[in-house]
Design a protein around this ligand. Structure first.
Ligand code: HEM
Length: 482
């Protein structure tokens, strides 16, 4: 009896210490309000619409210009707003780990969600697969699919359409071809894959803000889990099928077969180490998931912004026409590098509309920030949407869409860690160069053949919370033939 009472008392003391310790340790850091003991900030997210959640995430960051604490029950997460602290975390060797919620994606053998030890060896091997010399060979593929995109849009000429489903299919084909050598004309399967990936992303985002679903046991009892499993199974079947097909083609040594990402994963000598089958499949899946929808949203929002700002559209068009003759094909890396206004335009799109707005890191050792020592296993979150609109970083016109601000970049007008559409530090986006190249190629084709219009204005654009930047309304653009 005495032992039972002792154990109960001990448990109470331990829980108390777990609860109170961070409160004392982090007492100098402001909390997000309303905050309640045990449940923390949970009520902030309950019963809110996607738009309200998105606004909530932004106002939290806008209200705190240095650090703040967001409590998921008794678990504190550190919001990092100041570019100098962002730099410190993202460039620290102690903060290369991704926190537990990245594992909700169930692709922890792939680069994006892998634990640091595995990530380190994968990233070292994979960096070379995204080198400029490999990338330049992809330009003809980007052109092929950009032409198809133009052909598709000709069908809708003069009518206002939601461009996102069309660009999603296009970028998935690009990634599918350059990572796995997927054949085109797989319309139905590709559309199904995109829609399944969208659903998985939505479920993973919902789980992040729903503390009760963080527990795997509880989550597995929900309908969300069933839905996720079904979608994941279909995505996985598709990836396996394509992988098998690729292996068959490589084995047959078909003439003229262009080297793609997966061939390099199978090439032990080039990588310096072998990849297990699970690592190969999960990395292919990671590239499809991380590369296609991000680029699709990016090009869709770019079209919308060109339509909203006809003057800017004409400047981008004039630059293209001054550098390229009527027949824009074939494009080269050198030509793309000369499109400085287009580059500035895309950068400004990514500043105000970063398609991957939230990232997080976990410390594997203690780290000091703003005079506070954060112990091992502290979780840090970042909000690039809020950062890129901060007037402290970008001046009083921070909300204004103005590509010119990137034309005078050498003046160093903004903090290096005040602009992070592709994140920063060692664990930044490996596909950044790939993304910018494919975006430029698509844009050249779209602007060369169409004049874009929309009835939407920048003030009308509202977003919903999700892993990716999600426009609440459809991305409505009218494509008129030039
Ligand atoms: C406009 C397009 C893109 C944007 C805005 C973007 C943004 C980002 C961001 C912010 C991260 C950091 C994520 C985090 O730390 O949680 C990231 C990581 C990553 N991205 Fe991208 N990305 C884009 C396109 C691509 C493409 C085209 C690929 C592949 C072909 C790609 C592959 C990856 C991978 C594998 C990671 C994980 C890197 C690592 O942990 O080492 N991304 N991306």
């Amino acid at each position: 009896m005495l032992i039972t009472e002792f154990l109960i008392l001990l448990s109470i003391v331990l829980v108390f210490i777990k609860l109170v310790k961070p409160l004392i340790q982090f007492r100098s850091i402001p909390y997000v309000r309303p905050w309640y003991p045990l449940v923390g900030n949970v009520f902030l997210f309950l019963g809110k619409t996607g738009e309200q959640l998105f606004d909530q995430m932004n106002s939290m960051f806008a209200q705190h210009d240095r650090l703040f604490l967001l409590w998921f029950g008794i678990r504190p997460v550190v919001g990092v707003s100041h570019p100098e602290f962002i730099r410190k975390v993202l460039t620290s060797r102690a903060c290369l780990e991704k926190p537990f919620f990245y594992r909700f994606s169930r692709i922890d053998q792939g680069l994006w969600a892998a634990k640091t030890s595995l990530w380190r060896s994968q990233r070292k091997a994979l960096n070379a697969t995204f080198s400029p010399s490999i990338l330049k060979n992809f330009i003809p593929t980007f052109e092929t699919f950009s032409k198809q995109l133009v052909d598709k849009l000709h069908q809708y000429e003069g009518s206002t359409i939601d461009i996102l489903p069309i660009t999603s299919a296009c970028t998935l084909r690009m990634i599918g071809r350059t990572t796995m050598g997927v054949d085109e004309n797989d319309e139905m399967e590709i559309a199904k894959f995109v829609s399944n990936m969208d659903k998985i992303t939505e479920v993973v985002s919902n789980r992040f803000l729903s503390v009760h679903l963080h527990s795997e046991q509880i989550y597995r009892m929900t309908q969300l889990y069933e839905r996720e499993t079904q979608c994941r199974k279909e995505c996985s079947n598709y990836t396996m099928k394509v992988l098998k097909e690729r292996k068959r083609k490589v084995h047959m040594e078909l003439p003229g077969l262009q080297k793609v990402f997966i061939d390099q994963l199978l090439d032990e000598c080039a990588l310096g180490r072998s990849f297990s089958d699970t690592e190969i499949i999960q990395n292919v899946y990671t590239m499809l998931a991380a590369g296609s929808e991000t680029t699709a949203r990016s090009i869709s929002y770019a079209c919308l912004l060109l339509a909203i700002y006809p003057d800017i559209q004409e400047k981008v068009y004039a630059e293209i026409m001054s550098l390229l003759s009527d027949d824009i094909h074939p494009l080269t890396t050198a030509t793309l590098a000369e499109l400085t206004y287009m580059e500035a335009f895309l950068k400004e799109c990514h500043r105000l509309y970063p398609v991957a707005p939230y990232i997080a890191r976990e410390s594997t050792e203690s780290i000091e920030l703003d005079g506070v020592c954060f112990p091992k296993r502290s979780v840090f979150i970042f909000n690039f949407f809020a950062l890129h609109r901060s007037s402290a970083v970008w001046g009083i016109d921070s909300e204004q869409f103005n590509p010119e601000r990137f034309l005078n970049e050498q003046n160093g007008e903004h903090h290096a860690f005040g602009y992070l559409p592709f994140s920063g530090g060692q664990r930044n986006c490996i596909g950044q160069r790939y993304a910018m190249t494919s975006l430029k190629v698509m844009l050249i084709y779209l602007i060369r053949y169409f004049r874009m219009e929309t009835h939407l204005r920048q003030e009308d654009l509202r977003f919903s919370f999700g892993m990716m930047l999600e426009l609440s309304s459809e991305c409505l653009v009218r494509f008129n033939k030039r």
